[in-house]
Design a protein around this ligand. Structure first.
Ligand SMILES: *Cc1c(COP(=O)(O)O)cnc(C)c1O
Length: 372
């Protein structure tokens, strides 16, 4: 390799230390038989105390956790669930699994999260839940959403897959709604390879999801092989949970580092003018999962220009989520102008724990060149 060749900058990469390897090795060596749930129990306990919630259930994915949570709320055919048009499909898919319909609303111009006014306008007699997705670590306007939910008797749930480390007026993201779900996919701040978590303070909902998560077997059922209802199989393995335990012991370090990188980008890029980045309103903490830049229309900087500039630097850049309603599998919604238009001039920047100063510098310079 020539000395001038630049190394590729990945957009994300997990941080796995000897601690995670040691726990995973222990789980693979000893975590069987009577000990096959030890790390799972510990991981749930660590997550419970970190998030300051009463109940947690580790799952094989965030999608699975959301599927079970929505099922436990009784959502089914004919029902509607409101969420932002700007989203990953994982938030919408469980609604479809249950035979219900996603209703896509527009986003706010600054946080890129669902607009409470649009939520209010989209409520019908069939609305059974509102899903607040904290996009890229930015926070939804939870006070307003919870107020709307309370007035209309509709549960507000949080998809906090991108929001570990984020907090809203002293409470951790994911702990404010009727329930919250997290993802530990390899691209997320905390990872177990694949994995998720269901969290709630609602005892009855917890019991329902616990039963559903165990193939419909209630924990009070004494007969063997005797499910009470048809449930799901979305369990996390002990080996994955072992990695999760190591990550939880490092959670402050993992989230602080993400915030440090976002902080650097903000400090370097915001003075350039003509662009916006992840917001952090008074009283909130941005989880900084995915540093994101959205250029003003007047700059003429487009997604295509950004993608080619990043490719030239051998750096990954992720496109801003296209609206779900523009996908072939959903009904087209043309009335969400911001969700439709912002992706044309936005991009996610690389951010991972072991990113060097030089790599961050290179990313900043690509953005600078695009504006020049
Ligand atoms: C990553 C992600 C998911 C999916 O998580 P899985 O663990 O892959 O199911 C769901 N919602 C959002 C907002 C995500 O970013």
């Amino acid at each position: 390799m020539s000395t001038t060749h630049l190394s590729r900058i990945h957009y994300t990469k997990p941080s796995i230390t000897d601690l995670e390897v040691r726990y995973a090795t222990d789980a693979a060596t000893n975590g069987w038989g009577a000990r096959c749930y030890e790390y799972i129990g510990r991981f749930e306990e660590l997550f419970r105390s970190h998030l300051e919630v009463k109940h947690t259930i580790a799952t094989s994915s965030c999608t699975g956790a959301l599927h079970m949570g929505l099922a436990a709320l009784g959502i089914g055919p004919g029902d509607e669930v409101i969420l932002a048009d700007t989203n990953w499909i994982a938030t919408a898919a469980p609604i479809v699994y249950l035979g219900a319909s996603p209703v896509f609303v527009d986003i706010l111009p600054d946080s890129w999260c669902l607009d409470p006014d649009q939520v209010k306008a989209a409520i019908s007699s069939r609305t059974k839940a509102i899903i607040a997705v904290h996009l890229y670590g930015n926070l939804c306007e939870m006070d307003r959403l919870l107020q709307i939910g309370k007035e209309r008797g509709i549960p507000v749930v949080e998809d906090a897959a991108e929001a570990i480390g984020a907090a809203y007026h002293g409470r951790k993201a994911g702990s404010l709604g009727r329930f919250g779900v997290f993802s530990f996919h390899g691209t997320k701040t905390l990872t177990t390879g694949e994995g998720g978590m269901f969290v709630t303070n609602d005892k009855d909902l917890y019991e329902s999801v616990l039963t559903l998560s165990n193939h419909g077997r209630s924990r009070t059922q004494t007969r063997q092989f005797w499910p009470d209802v048809v449930g799901f199989k979305y369990k996390m393995s002990n080996i994955q949970a072992a990695i999760g335990c190591g990550q939880m012991e490092r959670i402050e370090e993992l989230t602080a580092r993400k915030r440090e990188i976002l902080g650097y980008y903000r400090e370097q890029l915001l003075p350039l003018r003509g662009l916006a980045m992840n917001t952090e309103p008074e009283g909130t903490v941005n989880g900084a999962w995915m540093p994101t830049v959205v250029f003003d229309v007047e700059t003429g900087v487009t997604r295509e220009k950004l993608l080619s500039a990043f490719a030239e630097e051998d750096a990954d850049a992720r496109v801003f989520f296209p609206p779900l309603s523009s996908l072939d599998c959903f009904d087209n919604v043309t009335s969400n102008p911001l969700a439709r238009e912002i992706p044309n001039r936005g991009i996610n920047l690389p951010s991972f724990h072991d990113m060097s100063d030089d790599e961050q510098h290179r990313v900043v310079n690509v953005v600078r060149r695009c504006l020049a």
